[in-house]
Design a protein around this ligand. Sequence first.
Ligand code: GLU
Length: 314
Amino acid sequence: MATGRFAPSPTGRMHLGNVFTALMSWLSARASGGKWILRIEDLDPQRSRLDYARIIEDDLCWLGLDWDEGGLDGRGVNGSYLQSLRHDFYREALSRLMESGMTYPCTCRRADIMASQAPHQSDGRVIYRGTCRPDCLPAPYDYSAHDEGRKAAVRIAVPEEDILFDDLVFGPQSVNLARECGDFILRRADGAWAYQLAVVVDDAAMGVEEVVRGCDLLLSAAQQTFLFRQLGLEPPRYAHLPLICNRDGVRLSKRDQSMSMEELRKRHTVEEVIGLLASLVGLIPEAAPCTAASLIPLFSWSKFHPAQERIIMP
Ligand code: GLU
């Protein structure tokens, strides 16, 4: 029995790729007899809108994906399920990490960091070279003595060792964070919480045991595993999914209007949408209409092997 969760960012209408994640996460939780939580990741105040969260809830209901906890109106023993209302939890975790002596303030600007990138790092990923890292770590940093005070970001120093975890789809993973991303940000210079910290704090507080999401977040799983361990917490198990791509082989985005829930709901029945997604990963032999609930007994992570990084829409 594993508690799962779906954690959409309410920055637009869901597309088929988001629905794929929601469906697989829901099926895995339900197949194991576990709970399914809906967490609204509205950390970015500029891009998040509550009306999108409402529409996401409506789309999930249409799809037949019910949640046991969370959503816009949810409140559990650990507070709200909206990240924008969970600052106290993030603050508390950050002070614990600061006390561990592995964090430090960073005043580097993005442009400076980009300028120090090796030319082959063209996938947009930024590897931090440790410009602001003090020589004396681990040692609790006296932030009050820092001139720029709150204008500095807070980074956590990552070890020169491989982080190991097993992914239910992609198998055993070994990631050297120093090489793959460098010391990463926990709180931005403008005070905003970093996704990595918020996700770890929330997954722990909400008792999440299984995280299902797109394989673009596989590196994040290593960062999060590291943070869980730094906080003395047990990481959940991870299942990273192939990314659904359009016919040009490009990952679906909000720009692929025809794959947005708005269009899908106009042109298809819910059973057609679910049947198509189930057939893409071989849960059913061909794209025959079916309900989400009818797939529960058919679900197994072994059907995802061998792991693919991309699924091109037929
Ligand atoms: N909020 C993220 C997104 O919508 C998902 C993060 C996660 O599942 O860990 O892409």
